[in-house]
Design a protein around this ligand. Structure first.
Ligand SMILES: Nc1ncnc2c1ncn2[C@@H]1O[C@H](COP(=O)(O)OP(=O)(O)OP(=O)(O)O)[C@@H](O)[C@H]1O
Length: 247
């Protein structure tokens, strides 16, 4: 059996904020088309780890390869956008003064040089995919949190990413809006998008993830498929963690 090509390789990655080390010797390979959920207690380094993949946070030692190309601290953001890594944040990060359609067309037009018409056609197709084409001419402030997050997902997809990073995409949402965003992510997973998702949504992790990475105090302490993660009686840490997030 041939292994799928790795989409992301993290090899011995360490990161400090000043004197405070927040990532310790991170080793992780993510295959093309794989869905990885990253779980762990607050402050364990989950966000920081995925933010090093697209260099929103530089690492200080070790190697990160995206699609076989080394990601080097200090490289220009534009190169990273071109390296096809999309990111969805907890707080949507849409441009508030631009309409939904403009939010979706600005990067393809300015970074990729797409014509206005082609960018708008693509944007409408993606808004249909996230099931809100009727919101195209509204502004982010006129939308619910769930709708804004779906726009944010569509905006990332406009750049045709090969890898999507999600940083707690449902944590800022009212409970009744969580499902509509998760449904869009489940759909993406079915389409074999490579996804790395920091999440506390354990049902989602169980439903969608090929592997769950569990972090604690800046270290990866467990990498397992969901069935093992949830059932392995030896995994005291997992049981402790699940108890903590249920309380
Ligand atoms: N910009 C920053 N400057 C200094 N320290 C930071 C910064 N961002 C995060 N940290 C610290 O790095 C560590 C890891 O934080 P990180 O946000 O990656 O954890 P997390 O697991 O994603 O937490 P949460 O689930 O609460 O979002 C924490 O100790 C945090 O206080």
């Amino acid at each position: 059996m041939t292994m799928a090509k790795p989409a992301v390789v993290m090899n011995g990655v360490n990161k400090w904020y000043g004197a405070h080390q927040v990532l310790y010797d991170i080793n992780l390979e993510i295959a093309e088309g794989e869905r990885v959920a990253v779980c762990g207690p607050s402050g364990s380094g989950k966000s920081t780890m995925i933010r090093t993949i697209n260099q929103l946070e530089p690492h200080q030692s070790g190697h990160i390869l995206v699609d076989g190309k080394e990601v080097v601290p200090g490289m220009k953001r534009i190169d990273l956008i071109r390296s096809d890594v999309g990111m969805v944040f907890q707080h949507f990060n849409l441009f508030p003064h631009l309409s939904v359609l403009e939010n979706l067309t600005i990067a393809p037009r300015t970074v990729r040089g797409m014509s206005k018409r082609a960018a708008e056609e693509q944007a409408m197709t993606l808004l249909e995919r996230v099931r809100i084409p009727e919101q195209a001419h509204k502004y982010p402030g006129q939308l619910s949190g769930g709708q804004q997050q779906r726009v944010a997902i569509a905006r990332s997809l406009c750049m045709s990413p090969r890898i999507m990073l999600f940083d707690e995409p449902t944590s800022a949402l009212d409970p009744e809006m969580v499902r509509e965003v998760l449904d869009v992510m489940v759909q993406l997973a079915r389409e074999h998008m490579t996804m790395v998702v920091v999440t506390h949504e354990m049902d989602f992790a169980r439903e969608v993830a090929d592997r769950i990475v569990f972090m604690d105090a800046g270290r990866i302490v467990e990498i397992n498929p969901p069935e093992k993660f949830f059932t392995d009686p030896d995994s005291q840490r997992t049981r402790d963690f699940l108890r903590r997030i249920r309380n």
